[in-house]
Design a protein. Structure first.
Length: 404
């Protein structure tokens, strides 16, 4: 901010030089005099060739009259009171440009961003309220700024002001209908504001979020919870299985989701699902397996390296379907690369079976944040289309670094 102010001050001073010390240029009268003289010289040359002295005298007389008229005009200078003092333009330009920038520019946003950065875990409730009140006021002045709306939505949710949160996120979703985050949070806030009732519009928002991003955690958790509360236990299991695939195996969240899935299975009268090993089991090259699936060998280019703690998602999808929802998923750590692994019905999601698919493509994502999705990946790879079979012969997938 200080650098910006100094740069603006420098530009104002530079522009002031043009007002205080204007460049010296010839006046219009001087230009006219030169033009008349040039005309007289050419006319005199023509008359000399014609030998007409009377016409020559006439031309001299006209030139003399014009010179006398200009002299009379010069003898009457403009009164000092009628002259505009040019130096006044410097403060007017400086003050006017500063006022316009403050009213129409981003100066309030810069100051507000500085206040937001100063908030930490030691900030008092009064300080947070003061900053968020400023954000609320600025958001009303800049309704197109979705960043402010997202901040207000999170603040209202944290304060359990669900009606205000629902209004904020709904407006945000209307302004950005292709944003899965805005759609999912709008659906969640509307659900809570309505007393844990999901209306048709809120359900449409949550489903639209999943159509954009099949791994959207808020939408998966919300639809799974609503399905469970309405007695649709099979649908709840499918949503929660998709949500669990985004969690680190063995983590607290993974165990919690496994617990609610077990409750849903119990309501259906099914036996609890057998525990799945947290790490992907390697498959020996050329090994024959019982169920139909696909086997891939995932590796990095020679000399490349990744953080060993990064998460690797290996997804099988239907290449002909418009849905990006995976059929099967395996999750492992980057420290396990290179690795040969297999996707089969043991890793299927939402009741789908890879063994019944005609073709699949295998997508590999290396995510430093632990969240699936190409936008969260630092390295990507893809193989296929592949036909599921009982053969364990692996298909090579070499990862490439994601650009941008």
């Amino acid at each position: 901010m200080t650098t910006f102010i100094l740069a603006c001050a420098g530009l104002v001073l530079l522009s002031g030089l043009f007002y205080l010390f204007p460049s010296r240029r010839g006046s219009g009268a001087q230009e006219l005099e030169r033009a008349n003289f040039e005309w007289y010289r050419l006319r005199q040359q023509e008359l000399a060739e014609q030998g007409d002295d009377a016409l020559d005298d006439d031309a001299r007389l006209r030139l003399l009259e014009e010179e006398q008229a200009r002299a009379a005009n010069k003898s009457e200078p403009m009164p000092e009171s009628r002259r505009f003092p040019g130096w006044l333009l410097l403060p007017v330009v400086a003050v006017g440009s500063g006022a316009l920038y403050y009213l129409l520019g981003a100066a309030p946003d810069v100051l507000l961003n500085a206040r937001l950065q100063q908030l930490d875990e030691t900030a008092t409730a009064t300080e947070v309220y003061s900053v968020m009140s400023a954000v609320e006021q600025r958001s009303s002045q800049r309704p197109d700024n979705l960043h402010y709306r997202a901040l207000l939505g999170r603040y209202y949710m944290g304060q359990e002001e669900y009606v205000q949160a629902a209004d904020t996120y709904t407006a945000m979703a209307e302004a950005a209908p292709g944003d899965a985050y805005a759609l999912a949070y709008a659906a969640q806030a509307r659900y809570l504001a309505a007393g844990r009732v999901l209306d048709g519009e809120s359900q449409r928002m949550a489903e639209a979020a999943l159509a954009i991003n099949p791994h959207q955690r808020t939408a998966l958790g919300l639809l799974g919870m609503v399905s469970f509360e309405s007695g649709q236990y099979r649908a709840a299991i499918q949503y929660w299985e998709r949500l669990r695939a985004t969690e680190q195996p063995g983590s607290e969240s993974d165990n919690m989701i496994a617990g609610v899935i077990a409750q849903a299975r119990e309501r259906l009268g099914e036996a609890p699902e057998e525990a799945v090993e947290p790490a992907a089991a390697p498959v020996a090259s050329g090994e024959s397996v019982a169920s139909a699936g696909v086997t891939v060998h995932v590796s990095l280019p020679a000399g490349a390296s990744v953080n060993p703690d990064d998460t690797v998602f290996v997804l099988a999808r239907n290449p002909t379907s418009g849905s990006r929802m995976p059929i099967a998923v395996q999750r492992l750590r980057a420290a396990q690369l290179p690795m040969t692994l297999r996707l089969d019905d043991r890793h299927s999601m939402a009741g789908q079976k890879i063994s019944t698919s005609d073709e699949v493509i295998v997508v590999v994502q290396v995510s430093p944040s632990g969240q699936p999705g190409e936008s969260n990946a630092s390295w990507l790879g893809q193989g296929g289309p592949l036909q599921p079979s009982a053969s364990g012969e692996p298909v090579e997938i070499e990862l490439t670094q994601r650009r941008g």
